[in-house]
Design a protein around this ligand. Structure first.
Ligand SMILES: *Cc1c(COP(=O)(O)O)cnc(C)c1O
Length: 351
């Protein structure tokens, strides 16, 4: 494992050769950027509707607002159709099919391995530490080989809910000579600073965040990547030209003008999470509730699969994670409204 800190990490040397050498699609919007009086360059319908024009391919208005909020530069942001687009593009940019690998730490979010499978990229799997669900540095280091190009770390982790130890993540950022992706889909619910503030220290870092959780915009499909300008340029080179539509860009700007609403939701959910955990712990069928830095909890229950089915029959859907590595007997429960949480607890009381 050579250190990217010894040499200046050369992102270009990590990018797949065909992507390094290809010429990206140049859209009409790429070639002319000013305010035009007459636009006859993109074969659009000239009659005005809210959507007759193509959107800004690089979403600069959204990125400028977001940059100010996140403490990064607009050129250090990539926006995609959910963070899932970012995950897919990162794998496609850096991993040669049938040759390179991504490394994931299980149990974790399922999309990393799905995107790798779609792209014929090998998946190296390392377990988190049992019960504490933290990075097992020795196991990760032992698994890394010359094929390992991208490591996905999810913090707070799905489905376990905990932050990974910052020190261990930093060790990886310092020592792994490939790309380290930190998926912070749940960072708003955690009492921890985003790694997006560390971009200048780590040229190999990509931070993922999303509008799908804290912002209440899962249906909009908008995900963010924060990384060095060099990495962002590679993702921009291979994305679909108009990957974020006008409606999504407009609604994202509206949401970003109302950060207080997002913060109020986060505060309510974090407080309701504590109430939910206490109520769960009072139930005899609940054996353990793992500490959560997210908007869900992982609970170990007696007879998980039947509990899951019982709740489903009552119209209450939770996630059965009981057959996932290290999550034996566990259900993943999203923190709902106080009323929804009470319905769950009442249902479990009568099981
Ligand atoms: C929910 C979730 C996402 C969000 O994905 P989107 O495509 O942005 O909706 C990303 N990562 C993790 C770990 C998640 O749980």
């Amino acid at each position: 494992m050579s250190s990217p800190k010894n040499t200046v990490l050369d992102i270009q040397s990590l990018v797949r050769k065909n992507i390094l050498n290809m010429k990206p699609y140049a859209s009409a919007r790429d070639e002319f950027k000013g305010e035009a009086e007459v636009s006859l360059d993109a074969n659009e319908n000239p009659y005005p509707t809210p959507f007759n024009r193509y959107p800004d391919p690089l979403q600069w208005d959204v990125k400028e607002k977001l940059a100010a909020l996140k403490g990064v530069m607009p050129q250090q942001i990539f926006l995609g159709n959910g963070s899932d687009e970012g995950i897919d593009l990162i794998i496609r940019a850096f991993c040669e099919p049938h040759q390179d690998s991504i490394l994931i730490t299980e149990p974790t979010y399922g999309m990393y391995s799905v995107c790798a499978d779609v792209n014929a990229v090998n998946v190296q799997r390392v377990l988190l530490t049992p019960e504490t669900f933290d990075l097992d540095l020795d196991a990760v280091v032992n698994k890394i080989d010359a094929s390992t190009k991208v490591m996905f770390l999810c913090s707070p982790n799905n489905p376990t809910g905990n932050l990974l130890s910052r020190e261990r993540v930093e060790t990886m950022l310092n020592q792994f000579a490939g790309i380290v992706v930190i998926d912070e889909a749940y960072i708003d619910f955690a009492n921890s600073k985003s790694f997006a503030l560390e971009l200048s220290r780590y040229p190999n870092l990509i931070v993922l965040q999303t509008f799908s959780k804290a912002w209440g915009l899962a249906g909009l499909r908008l995900g963010m990547c924060f990384a060095s300008e060099a990495i962002i340029n590679v993702l921009n080179k291979i994305k679909y030209p108009y990957n974020v539509n006008i409606q999504t860009q407009t609604l994202a700007l509206t949401a970003l003008d109302n950060v207080a609403q997002k913060e109020a939701w986060v505060n309510a959910i974090v407080s309701d999470r504590a109430t939910l955990v206490n109520a769960l712990l009072e139930l005899p069928l609940v054996e353990h509730v793992y500490p959560s830095d997210a908007n869900f909890v992982l609970a170990k229950v007696r007879d998980a699969h039947n509990t899951y089915k019982y709740l489903m029959n009552k119209g209450i859907i939770v996630r059965d994670r009981s057959r996932v590595a290290l999550c034996d007997g566990c259900l993943r429960i999203t923190v709902g409204t106080p009323q929804e949480n009470k319905q769950l607890i009442d249902a479990l009381k009568t099981l």
